[in-house]
Ligand binder design. Structure first.
Ligand SMILES: [Fe+2]
Ligand SMILES: [Fe+2]
Length: 387
């Protein structure tokens, strides 16, 4: 799971169009970007996203397919990487271990502060995994009812959790050994975030759930890929390998969730199209949105702004992901839709250009805004430029 919304794509769609979350550093008189209103018939926000029992049966009927097509995307434990593969081996004699730690510190000594802020924010997001597993396990028809349920949906969700668990563990330990970051403030932020939970207001709708996870896994694939690229550029090839390996996991997870939605489009096109539309209308709010460190009340926005500035995860990526999914799921070509399904299709297929236009306006405003810096507790209150 992922990640964060870059500042410029803190967009949600409601009855009145796009809303742009204004943060403290936004220009005070900047006009809120608004887009032409979609026809009112497409703007209906349901009161509830819960599904009737026959829809939940769809997931029961797909169990054989999921066993055949989704479970093979899990890697067997013996073939999986583990954090120790990338970290100084603590079973070495103490001198050798110390030398390995010294090498790590030499490699990370020159990593820029803004890069560290983004890497820490990514790591914190990964560390809130208990929240994501809890929420995934609430989805109708795919939940792990006993904690050790043998349905392929439950097997997948536990295996996914086990794979994801390594991401936060590895980045946390690597950053700890680097000595470059304030682990007390980082651990406080993780503590706050897990205690706060996440905003994933989709009821228990598995259709919307899998649309969200498809989007999110691709977002993390992109952002970890970019932190890998920047680690290499900044002289740490081991960190580049770490971020690249995590990014490859996210890609595999993306493939699984994208395949599930593809199958749902095949067996239940209207419900799935409406779920995609509802999810995009709500906006893909990022799982770490509620992060705080007890110091900066706009921590998430500030972290997102730095990620945007470094090009790790940007508003353009948000629109790119949407366009990728529209193509991957062939949404423009889907037929056999009810009137409601066709309205949802029109809305989703026309959304990416709207987001891009909104982004151009936001870019224009950002260019006119004075550079603004904030202090991040994660790096001992050093200042980092946001714009
Ligand atoms: Fe993930
Ligand atoms: Fe992850």
């Amino acid at each position: 799971m992922s990640m964060f919304t870059p500042k410029m794509v803190s967009l949600t769609w409601n009855h009145n169009g796009f809303h742009h979350r204004q943060s403290k550093f936004s220009k005070p008189h900047a006009r809120k970007p608004t887009l032409p209103k979609a026809p009112s018939s497409t703007l209906r926000t349901p009161k509830t996203y819960s599904l009737p029992p026959e829809k939940i049966e769809v997931f029961k009927s797909l169990e054989g397919w999921a066993s055949q097509c989704i479970l093979p995307l899990v890697k067997p434990v013996e073939q999986s990487w583990h954090p120790v593969d990338f970290l100084p081996d603590s079973s070495l004699p103490v001198e050798d271990f110390n030398n390995k730690v010294r090498d790590l510190r030499d490699r990370t000594a020159e990593l820029p502060d803004d890069y560290l802020v983004v890497l820490v924010g990514d790591m914190i997001t990964e560390e809130a995994l208990p929240t994501y597993q809890t929420r995934l396990n609430q989805l109708h028809g795919v939940a792990d009812k006993t904690g050790s349920c043998t349905s392929p949906w439950a097997v997948w969700s536990r295996a996914w959790t086990a794979e994801e668990n390594r991401h936060g563990d590895l980045l946390h330990t690597y950053l700890y050994l680097s000595g470059r970051v304030d682990m007390r403030m980082i651990d406080r932020t993780i503590h706050y975030l897990i205690a706060a939970g996440m905003q994933w207001d989709i009821d228990k709708n598995p259709y919307m759930g899998f649309v969200y996870t498809s989007f999110q896994e691709r977002a993390t694939f992109i952002s970890h890929g970019n932190t890998a690229r920047l680690a290499k550029k900044n002289g740490d090839p081991v960190l580049a390998r770490i971020c690249g390996t995590i990014s490859a996991d996210e890609k595999r997870h993306e493939n699984a969730y994208v395949k599930i939605v593809e199958k749902l489009l095949e067996v239940d096109p209207t419900e799935t199209m409406v779920a995609i539309s509802n999810m995009m209308r709500k906006g893909i709010t990022m799982p770490a949105l509620l992060m705080q460190d007890g110091k900066d009340p706009h921590l998430f926005d500030h972290f997102s702004a730095v990620a945007q500035r470094l090009g790790v995860y940007t508003a353009a990526d948000y629109a790119d992901i949407l366009e990728f999914l529209i193509q991957r799921w062939k949404l423009e070509k889907i037929q056999d839709l009810t009137t409601e399904g066709r309205r949802a299709q029109d809305f989703v297929c026309g959304l990416a250009p709207r987001i891009r236009r909104l982004q151009e306006r936001a870019d224009e405003r950002a260019r006119k805004t004075e550079p603004h810096s904030v202090k991040f507790s994660w790096i001992f209150n050093k200042e980092v430029s946001l714009i």
